[in-house]
Design a protein around this ligand. Structure first.
Ligand code: ADP
Ligand code: MG
Length: 296
């Protein structure tokens, strides 16, 4: 590749909102047959909203709803996770005053563990509840139905008893379906990698025409998931936005960060999509290819 053609290519990409950090990235992008994408914040908006709160047990009246949401939101206040923000926002929108938590611990990829008004509050995935030895079976008929709609199911336990199921919905970004279809039309294998619940991930993937889904992948395991895809001897592009995604972006042959995501992701990536629109990915692949063809 001549320096001039690479310069022209990176310049043209920049005018389309795609920032190649190096000529090598421009040359490498079109050579990868596999494109793996993070779900939350990459394929979806990454701004979930609380859609469901289902109380269980003897206390399930309207006052109990307010009390439950107050406790859960107060416990979640210390978390930066989008799921936590959805819960806190819903509580505030309902006019609830949230007490301070006495203790707070984030459980990456699982949920949170906090003490509020002397009560132990644990909120998170079914896997967290199972690890804590708590039974969510009485709620799974309802939560499975919510997950099949693409919503993320969560559970809340107070002092070691499950009191509620919750669900948050994170809409698919405009442009994601077109982007996935364009990637597939150019012969790429498209894979979704997410920490989210398997049923939720499958439902979102179905809406996008993605059949290859790696779900319930712990944050520390995302780069291993990329490595596994590379083990077949194929180059892999990984597209992500979060702090969690940095190791996977580094492991991939080409890391693509969503410019609207975290700084850590942008710093680690080889390519930055200035807008959150995923159509930038197939556009960048096409540009990478065109540039290299011009060179030869
Ligand atoms: P992702 O951002 O890809 O969905 P994470 O690994 O950050 O994945 O989280 C995986 C799952 O852990 C979430 O879908 C949710 O069920 C649970 N979780 C993580 N953080 C929280 C939190 N603060 N409150 C409740 N659940 C959480
Ligand atoms: Mg994400």
């Amino acid at each position: 590749a001549t320096p001039t053609s690479v310069m022209v290519g990176t310049g043209r990409a920049a005018s389309l909102g795609v920032l190649f950090k190096s000529g090598a990235a421009l040359e490498a992008l079109h050579r990868a047959p596999v494109i793996a994408l993070d779900k939350t914040g990459t394929l979806t908006l990454g701004r979930p909203e609380l859609t469901d709160l289902i109380l269980t047990g003897p206390h399930a009246g309207p006052d109990d709803r307010t009390a439950a949401l107050t406790l859960i939101a107060a416990a979640e206040r210390g978390s930066e996770h989008p799921v936590a923000q959805a819960i806190v926002t819903a509580a505030r929108a309902g006019g609830l005053t949230l007490p301070d938590a006495q203790e707070f611990r984030a459980l990456p990829g699982e949920g949170i563990d906090a003490t509020v008004n002397g009560q132990r509050v644990q909120v998170g995935s079914d896997r967290l509840m199972t690890r804590l030895g708590l039974n969510v079976a009485p709620l799974t008929a309802q939560t499975d139905a919510l997950a099949d709609l693409g919503r993320t199911p969560l559970y809340a336990a107070v002092d070691g008893r499950v009191i509620a199921a919750l669900a948050v919905a994170d809409p698919i970004k405009p442009g994601s379906l077109d982007a996935v279809q364009a990637m597939q039309a150019s012969g790429r294998r498209v894979v979704m990698i997410t920490g989210d619940h398997a049923r939720t991930a499958q439902a979102v993937a179905r809406q996008l025409g993605i059949t290859d889904v790696r779900a319930e992948v712990h944050p520390a395991q995302k780069s291993a998931a990329v490595k596994e895809l590379q083990a077949a001897g194929q180059r892999v592009v990984f597209v992500g936005d979060g702090i969690n995604d940095a190791p996977a972006l580094a492991q991939a042959d080409v890391g693509v960060a969503i410019g609207t995501g975290t700084d850590v992701a942008a710093e680690t990536a080889d390519v930055i999509l200035m807008s959150g629109d995923l159509r930038g990915v197939p556009n960048a692949v096409a540009l990478s290819r065109a540039t290299l063809n011009n060179i030869r």
